[in-house]
Design a protein around this ligand. Sequence first.
Ligand code: ZN
Length: 310
Amino acid sequence: MTDQTAAGKGPVREGPVAETPATGEPAAGEPVAEEPVRYEERGAIAVVTLNRPRYRNAQNSAMTYALDAAFARAVNTRDVAVIVLAGAGDHFSAGHDIGTPGRDAHVSFDRQAVLWWDHVGKAGADARYAREMEVYLGMCRRWREIPKPVIAMIQGACIAGALMLAWVCDLIVAADDAFFADPVVRMGIPGVEYFAHPWVLGPRFAKEALFTGDRFDAQRACQLGMVNRVVPRAELEAATFALAERIATMPAFGLALAKRAVNQCEDLMGMRPGMDSVFGLHHLAHSHNAEVSGDSLAGLDARSMKKTGE
Ligand code: ZN
């Protein structure tokens, strides 16, 4: 989601990937300029950590590109067999950045996911479509194709755009305090940009989650098949790494082919063309909002989304 409007050409920046260890601890007094993603290797496992705990790991574009760089590094490191995606602090992620001081929807980045023109300097739907196809739908599809197994390790909030990150991972291990929601129908938008809902939740519950915007917990997500395992919060890291280490003993090429096999079958079940068609509805909603209220997010920011029940 973004209320991107045509803005002046900003500086081209790439999110840096720091090499400091992922402790999982919130960084008290974290400066705004904190590296948005941390990367470390623990034996055959690469740990990629969303690192804006002060803002519940809200995803700005700097974080998106830092994530992409971290994933590419893990793919290109021969000794890395499995990737764990984590969130620093008490929450995995609150979703896309729609209101922190580090919001950067007006900034140009070197595009990685799709071959399309820059959104900066464009107006209206032209700008929104270009940006969201690159940083949201395109990036998520690119990460879904990472040829090594990726495990999401989720605690606390996993809301809206955070679901997209979790869903592109192959496996999800959730703490018993994890909760999930896609509340964007409150903005008049029919779900986040990577529209995997019917495939990962089943059509019936996908509609309930969208129609109500309500949270559902880790147990419910596990019953639906969206989450592989639910463990006590204190055991989340140990359980995730035990699973990662078990998988890391399998042949790398076999894992890559098995991943591709399942992904190809999901696409044959309609996921890819389904997402393409819904991406158009998503942008119809943004445009409608912009047309009637002057704001593609219908005037709702993170705070007002929270007030409406999230
Ligand atoms: Zn959007």
